[in-house]
Design a protein. Structure first.
Length: 708
């Protein structure tokens, strides 16, 4: 709860308190506020601008971001508003040289980029926050912040230090906080000079934590003297949102290698305009400093663009945005300050627009940080857990900066060798792209991996497995089949399928995946059944023992570690069965189904079993209609108890043909199984081969090492 008192001052000033202050209501700040609210952490989100900017820097939502939106229960609204990117064109001057298919992958249910301008992304997130009872406190500008430390005597009588964040914010009494001195060049990272003569209302906000999502010019970063090393690219880019009349089609993404050795790109917007990014060449620092944004007219821009596509026609009919753009490639020296103040999004890292990574990075920063913050603030984890935010996100930011820099350099290169290489690559791309894997195409952001740290731990009792399946990796998705109908008031049918990511929802939930291979078994074993393969040091188990371990350990964990009561946790107060879902359906809104989780639960357990020996239907229709019934008909009495469990309580699902087992590096046939702990941000925290009592003890020890 926020409290307010008046302090003696010559100006209008008050002191207020809030558990978490978030500065900057762009997508990263809005998403952080949504996640914290779902996790019952009160927060205040301030923004200096009075409304969402109609000018959108970011244009695309990538696969990984859609996955985390899906696991947060909000992806449906984005899918309804955005457009899937399917193909884009490559031109050399006025000549079409290639039509490139957007990279298709079976790695994610969202095997496409979603084209949606940032202003719509921000509006959807803002609406979601409002529906939860939150809001953006607009007009407030952060002026200064610091961590205050005070010595105190702790409950055990030992000396300690109490820390909190003290932040000064202000709001213009008349007008807004914009200044006449603000740079009109997009991408500038330096602060603007103060504007005198305005009257302000000032507040001093005391908070436990501060999240700085206040952009590339971050006041927080400046006030804390956190370095922002990197470089400013010498190219002068021009951005123009316009209605255009051209011989070049403007209904899809188009990259043009101009006949004048300049590069230009088109991006269709939802209001009928197109976003045009034009390389205006390399300028010296003096030439950049001499730029006068007001001298950039529509006629001047039109002549530059027309020179790229000559002899094709190009005419700007009107424009809503025309600006110079300077690309900065920079990363903050630190993403956190005394484990009380955290930088996220552009405040922590800025890079070129190549690949469209910027906004997605900020959203994923928020997803990584908020669950850790919630655990600490609920008293479930030590504050040292927050160290892992910087440990994990800094290397990711560095890699993304390098990747987008290489893409930009190749796209803007004017020397003969690189231009020739680029032109040849564009012609060959349609034949190469289908063979690219997720790891060779990092744009989709599905290959992001966190390395070993306090919350990514390897089993000490077993030999390391392949890195592709190790801790820190993204938790992969896959289709499962619901073995038996549950009477939960929904229209679930036997044979329905569900994606794993629809089970591992959150936020703030540890999901324990129990891979049972075919050892339970689903079908009653025959005299010729092959026993589970023996692996040194790995014990096998059976259904009775597995059900007993799930009941004992899940019950013990929930009794020991649970969130405080909340109205928003995980989006649903009752356990529900996903009523309708299939990875083969064209209806992407299925990923927005209700969450099978309870309000204050920190742990959910899901059992995945394969039964490769059971006869499989030969047609897709038979597969959809009959798989569940067949599985139910052949259930052994030993497995029946697991099939009757509610979702998240150890319910068993059929991993058809063992595809999900394979994605997690677990033998689906004649194997001992495995247990994998998926962190609340959908990365693997711990894994151990086998699903016997000894494996459950290792999971218990892992959780004890990171929770209080």
């Amino acid at each position: 709860m926020t409290t307010s008192t008046t302090t003696p001052s010559s100006s209008t000033q008050t002191q207020v308190e809030t558990p978490v202050l978030i500065s900057g209501a762009g997508p990263a700040g809005l998403y952080a506020a949504i996640l914290l609210t779902k996790l019952n952490i009160p927060c205040r989100l301030i923004e200096r601008h009075l409304e969402i900017s109609p000018l959108s820097k970011a244009l695309v939502i990538h696969s990984r971001t859609m996955e985390i939106f899906g696991m947060s229960g909000i992806v449906g609204k984005f899918l309804e508003r955005g457009r899937k990117m399917t193909t884009f064109n490559a031109y050399s001057g006025a000549k079409l040289v290639s039509v490139l298919e957007a990279l298709n992958t079976t790695e994610s249910h969202y095997n496409f980029g979603l084209f949606l301008e940032q202003r719509y992304t921000a509006a959807i997130l803002g609406q979601e926050l409002e529906e939860m009872g939150g809001k953006v406190d607009r007009g407030w500008e952060l002026m200064d912040t610091k961590v205050v430390e005070e010595e105190e005597i702790q409950e055990d009588g030992t000396p300690g230090t109490k820390k909190w964040v003290e932040t000064t914010i202000r709001r213009a009494i008349v007008g807004d906080n914009t200044r006449q001195t603000e740079s009109k060049v997009l991408g500038v990272v330096d602060l603007d000079a103060e504007e005198e003569g305005k009257r302000y209302e000032t507040q001093v906000v005391r908070s436990q934590y501060l999240l700085a999502t206040d952009g590339g010019k971050s006041v927080v970063r400046h006030k804390l003297n956190i370095g922002f090393p990197g470089r400013t690219v010498d190219n002068d880019l021009i951005i123009c949102d316009a209605h255009v009349d051209s011989d070049i089609p403007t209904d899809r993404i188009t990259v043009i290698n101009g006949v004048n050795n300049r590069t230009m790109a088109f991006f269709p917007l939802q209001d009928g305009q197109i976003r045009i990014i034009l390389d205006n060449g390399v300028l010296t620092p003096e030439e950049h400093a001499a730029i006068k944004p007001e001298e950039l007219t529509l006629d001047k821009f039109e002549s530059l663009a027309a020179a790229c596509v000559a002899p094709a026609k190009f005419k700007c009919l009107s424009t809503s945005w025309l600006t110079h753009y300077r690309v900065n490639e920079r990363e903050a020296e630190h993403f956190s300050h005394k484990n009380k103040i955290f930088l996220a999004g552009d405040a922590a890292h800025v890079h070129s627009p190549a690949g469209g990574q910027g906004m997605n990075m900020g959203l994923q920063d928020s997803y990584n940080l908020t669950w850790k913050l919630a655990l600490v603030m609920h008293g479930l984890a030590p504050e040292s857990l927050l160290d892992t935010y910087e440990l994990e996100r800094q290397p990711v930011a560095a890699a993304i900066i390098k990747m987008s820099s290489r893409m930009l350099q190749m796209g803007l290169a004017q020397d003969w060798f690189r231009r020739t290489f680029r032109n040849v690559a564009i012609v060959l791309a349609p034949y190469i792209l289908p063979y690219l894997s997720v790891s060779t195409n990092p744009v989709m952001m599905l290959a992001i991996r966190y390395h070993d740290n306090a919350i990514n731990q390897r089993s000490k009792s077993q030999n390391a497995i392949g890195e592709e399946y190790q801790v820190g990796q993204r938790a992969r998705d896959g289709e499962l089949r619901v073995i038996r109908k549950q009477d939960l008031g929904l229209a679930a049918i036997e044979g329905a399928s569900v994606r794993l990511h629809e089970l591992t929802v959150g936020p703030g939930i540890f999901h324990v995946l129990v891979f049972a291979s075919d050892m339970l078994p689903l079908a009653t074993p025959s005299s010729t059944s092959t026993p589970a393969a023996k692996i040194k040091g790995v014990e096998s188990t059976d259904a009775e023992q597995l059900a007993k371990n799930i009941g004992e350990y899940l019950g013990a964990w929930r009794a020991r570690w649970a969130y405080k009561s909340t109205d928003y946790m995980a989006g649903s107060a009752d356990p529900v069965l996903l009523s309708k879902s299939t990875s083969t359906s064209s209806d992407d809104s299925l990923s927005a189904v209700p969450h099978p989780v309870r309000a204050n639960h920190l742990f959910m357990v899901h059992v995945l079993a394969s039964d490769l020996s059971a006869p499989q239907p030969t047609t897709s229709a038979e597969s959809t209609a009959g798989a569940g019934a067949s599985a139910t008909a052949t259930l052994s009495s030993a497995t029946d108890v697991l099939s009757e469990n509610q979702p998240g309580e150890g319910k068993i699902y059929l991993d058809h043909l063992g595809a999900v087992h394979e994605k997690y590096g677990v033998a689906a046939k004649h194997g001992p199984g495995a247990i994998v702990v998926v962190r609340p941000d959908a990365h693997i925290g711990f894994r151990v081969l086998g699903a016997s009592t000894s494996a459950w003890k290792e999971i218990d020890q892992y959780l004890e090492s990171i929770l209080l």
